[in-house]
Design a protein around this ligand. Sequence first.
Ligand SMILES: NC(=O)c1ccc[n+]([C@@H]2O[C@H](COP(=O)([O-])OP(=O)(O)OC[C@H]3O[C@@H](n4cnc5c(N)ncnc54)[C@H](O)[C@@H]3O)[C@@H](O)[C@H]2O)c1
Length: 252
Amino acid sequence: MLTSGVAIITGAAQGIGRAALQRFVRAGARVLACDLKADVLEEARAVSGQPQSVRTLAQDVTAASAPSDALAAALDAFGRVDWLVNNAGIGNAKPAEQTSDAEWDRFLDVNLRSAFRYSRAVLPRLEPGRGAIVHVASIFGILGNPGSAPYAASKAALIGLTRQMAADYGPRGIRINAVAPGVVPTQLSQERLSSDDYYRRLVAEPTPFPRLGRPEDVANAIWFLCSDEAGFVNGHTLVVDGGWSVTNYVPR
Ligand SMILES: NC(=O)c1ccc[n+]([C@@H]2O[C@H](COP(=O)([O-])OP(=O)(O)OC[C@H]3O[C@@H](n4cnc5c(N)ncnc54)[C@H](O)[C@@H]3O)[C@@H](O)[C@H]2O)c1
């Protein structure tokens, strides 16, 4: 059955966010799609399958007014908000002793603080029994991985925030969940995957599955967590990694 719901998706221009935009639209949802990259965002709208169901907003998720601007744009365009997908993120972090204060702050601002601030802005508009938030965390928020200090810290904190918010807002009938993707080739991961053989051996080869993850795999999990099918799922982090994190797999 098609939905009539409305989602705000951050980082929707490309990669996992674009796939989520397409998945929500396919389910019948209307979407306020936000991203830094205005041109790429317009392209994402054009190829979404239902451009008339999508409004775009070019914004930096770290800007002070970004959450209220997104909420206002969604309400103006569609009159309601049912779901928030905190997906915008940056990667390619470094080990702790090579990370400056400014880099640390940037990772935490984009990957974590924005999710908190968008959630805070949108929560009062989410309908009890229907509203849901999904944070896009990472498998590196659960397992240690070399060379990703501020990234891993931001994603582990998102998972903590997910559980905490589930306790605060579950009683209102608003569900808060997260997804933790394994490595999915997107602009965020592709450069390191193709240039760093050690990284590829660490994160790609030990996946006990015939292929790597796709943005659509993560988008399906995000949609599931927002949908009524996940109506009693609250505070959960859904790992989407082909089994990488629960096996000790070495390719033959
Ligand atoms: N690709 C992976 O392997 C992987 C694995 C685990 C988690 N993730 C997470 O998935 C999410 C999406 O990543 P992706 O792989 O699709 O990467 P991507 O680089 O393809 O897409 C990220 C999007 O976020 C946008 N963005 C970045 N900073 C922004 C800002 N300050 N304001 C507004 N928009 C901003 C970018 O413009 C881009 O469109 C991220 O949170 C990332 O950490 C990705």
